[in-house]
Design a protein around this ligand. Structure first.
Ligand SMILES: Nc1ncnc2c1ncn2[C@@H]1O[C@H](COP(=O)(O)OP(=O)(O)O)[C@@H](O)[C@H]1O
Ligand SMILES: N[C@@H](CCOP(=O)(O)O)C(=O)O
Length: 318
């Protein structure tokens, strides 16, 4: 459950009136996600998602995210637009937080995807990258190579309460990535968080891509590495699933493709992905308010992925 901010029913009803969506029928906090507060809202005018943006989303970035969603939706990608109220406004203030009413998309998030579903996700990622070729807005990646060192410093030695020696392992990996990170690969706007819980599917079809709130301008192939690290392992990171990882890569190659330099960089890009999510999960593990209705995610599930990628760069086909 990720609900940090409670929205009174009266305020929910008043919001719907601003959109002309009729009366409120129901509003339920949504179990998934950890970054923001999400509600499933049933109104006379339909079913919607109300997202209240919490601390990791800068309200100043919302125009970028919403323009990105409109750009992709205009090109037929299965992404949810933020609705505009009667005055054409997309960003509201609800219970003191910036908020948007978002189109509801059908589909379910998978816990144990098949190779066919992984391939479909790789294909969807490739189509997204193709559609973004003419998207000109930019947003720096606050959780890229420079951001990791800063976040590690903020976490400090407290991470050693998560696992003995974790701070030293993080410092060692940052030093490796500083020395080996590719700097000459194509850059573009990427999703940067394409986990299974951010892909909605019906059977083998991708019916929704959601949660663009880490989207940023970055090495484009890193998006594939992030997706690979999220999909190609058991949830706890203990088991690598080559058939899933290979299907994901094949799907991406089928709809967009990689240069030889990008393909060669995937092992290092994947290490960066595993470190990034180890760090954000470690920070959240140590700093989630006790009264927040949220399920903390295990940082060690990504440390295991990092150790796997460091030991098995050959998991990426040459
Ligand atoms: N547009 C949408 N259509 C249908 N379900 C959605 C939509 N957006 C979010 N959800 C549901 O809400 C959950 C949490 O959303 P998400 O964006 O992942 O939260 P967070 O912003 O905290 O990461 C998702 O796992 C999904 O089940
Ligand atoms: N997907 C990342 C970051 C948390 O994302 P959310 O979509 O669950 O808010 C992770 O699992 O660490």
């Amino acid at each position: 459950m990720a609900v940090y901010t409670h929205v009174p029913a009266e305020e929910m009803a008043a919001l719907l009136a601003r959109y002309g969506l009729g009366g409120l029928r129901s509003a339920k906090g949504i179990a998934g996600g950890v970054e923001n507060s999400n509600y499933l809202v049933e109104a006379e005018g339909g079913r919607f998602i109300l997202t209240l943006y919490e601390k990791r989303v800068d309200a100043g970035d919302l125009p970028f995210f919403l323009a990105l969603l409109d750009h992709l939706a205009d090109r037929g990608l299965p992404v949810p637009r933020a609705l505009r109220d009667r005055d054409g406004v997309q960003v509201q203030t609800v219970a003191g937080r910036p908020a948007c009413l978002i189109e509801f998309l059908e589909g379910v998030s998978l816990s144990h995807p098949t190779p066919a579903q992984a391939r479909a996700t790789g294909e969807a990622l490739g189509r997204m990258h193709a559609a973004l070729a003419d998207f000109t807005p930019e947003r720096p990646n606050s959780l890229g190579l420079v951001g990791w060192a800063a976040l590690a410093a903020r976490c400090g030695a407290a991470v050693d309460t998560i696992a003995p020696g974790l701070s030293a392992r993080i410092a060692e990996e940052i030093a490796f990535l500083d020395a080996h990170w590719p700097t000459d690969l194509p850059r573009a706007v990427i999703h940067a968080d394409l986990f299974p819980d951010n892909v909605l599917m019906l059977g083998d079809a991708v019916t929704g891509v959601i949660d663009f709130y880490f989207a940023c301008t970055e090495t484009r192939a890193w998006d594939l590495a992030v997706t690979h690290s999220a999909w190609a392992f058991s949830g706890d990171g203990a088991d690598y699933r080559a058939e899933i990882g290979d299907a994901l890569l094949a799907g991406y190659e089928a709809t967009f493709g990689l240069s030889d330099a990008e393909r060669a960089a995937l092992p290092v890009l994947a290490r960066g992905s595993a470190l990034r999510f180890t760090l954000t999960r470690a920070w959240d593990w140590l700093n989630t308010p006790a009264d927040a209705m949220v399920t903390r995610k295990d940082p060690l599930a990504y440390l295991r992925r990092l150790d796997f990628y460091a030991a098995h760069p050959e998991c990426f086909p040459a």
